[in-house]
Design a protein around this ligand. Structure first.
Ligand SMILES: [Zn+2]
Length: 263
């Protein structure tokens, strides 16, 4: 007999089994979080480097950031206009490059050895750290902004990371979180065939379940935005107004929330 798993956001027993999605058994908690049963889950990237050219299309260095990263930093600048910004799980560093161009002192923390190795070699304007936790060399209270673009859906223990981020941010510092939006109409229509139900996505958030988790870690929500898709299509910018309209109608597949450290 299977054991009811505990919610990684609030620690209580899940209330409903959602179904099998690939290798994941998904459950829902009363807090609204949908999550993969950790007991039956194994990391598909445990033995390989996500940004190794063998797994991802090769990037051409030096990198250029795009409208997608500019859009991310425009969200940051609505609440904090300068200072030290850490992009946690920052990948190849494009978001950090957009932050640097906007006047921030930008730091990337990234688990992929390849991404950090290439980044260090080509982009000395960025401070690079390899790993899964914020290093001790970044002092408590020393960061003005932390960004988590498509990180929280991957974390087995999101509360542990939020506690660490809370410590490293200054009082009033900004945390921006972007995740796939489980509450989107598109997800409801497609069920478990929705494009963001993936083996390496272990948490699925709605606007309210994300806010509850982050607020419990000592933050207050200041803004909620939706985007239709993961990236802005630079080749067809005329589609953007239509995508904004679809977001207003509830078809935003991407959820972006801004929080300030209060407690
Ligand atoms: Zn919960």
């Amino acid at each position: 007999m299977s054991v009811t798993p505990k919610c990684p956001a609030c620690g209580i027993d899940a209330t409903a089994e959602i179904g099998q999605a690939g290798a994941c058994r998904l459950w829902r908690c009363a807090c609204g979080l949908v999550f993969a049963d950790r007991a039956t889950w194994s990391d598909p990237y445990s033995a390989r480097d996500y940004y190794d050219p063998a797994n991802q299309p090769a990037e051409s260095y030096p990198l250029r950031f795009t409208a997608t990263e500019r859009d991310r930093i425009s969200t940051v600048r609505r609440l904090v206009r300068s200072g030290r910004l850490l992009d946690f799980g920052g990948g190849t560093g494009k978001t950090a490059l957009a932050a640097h161009a906007a006047g921030f002192s930008a730091i990337v923390l990234e688990d992929s050895h390849k991404a950090v190795e290439y980044g260090r070699a080509h982009h000395s304007e960025i401070e690079w750290h390899e790993g899964k936790t914020i290093p001790d060399s970044i002092a408590d209270g020393s960061l003005d902004v932390v960004t988590l673009f498509h990180v929280m859906e991957h974390l087995l223990d999101p509360r542990a990371l939020l506690a660490q981020i809370h410590r490293k941010l200054r009082h009033g510092g900004l945390l921006v979180v972007e995740v796939p939006n489980w509450g989107s109409h598109m997800r409801c229509l497609r069920g478990l065939r929705w494009e963001f139900v993936l083996d390496h996505h272990v948490n699925h958030f709605t606007s309210s379940s994300l806010a509850r988790l982050v607020e419990n870690a000592g933050f207050a929500r200041r803004a909620t935005e939706f985007r239709r898709t993961f990236a802005i299509n630079e080749g067809q910018p005329w589609k953007e107004p239509l995508k904004k309209l679809l977001c207003l109608l509830g078809f935003g597949d991407i959820l972006r929330c801004s929080f300030l450290k209060t407690a």
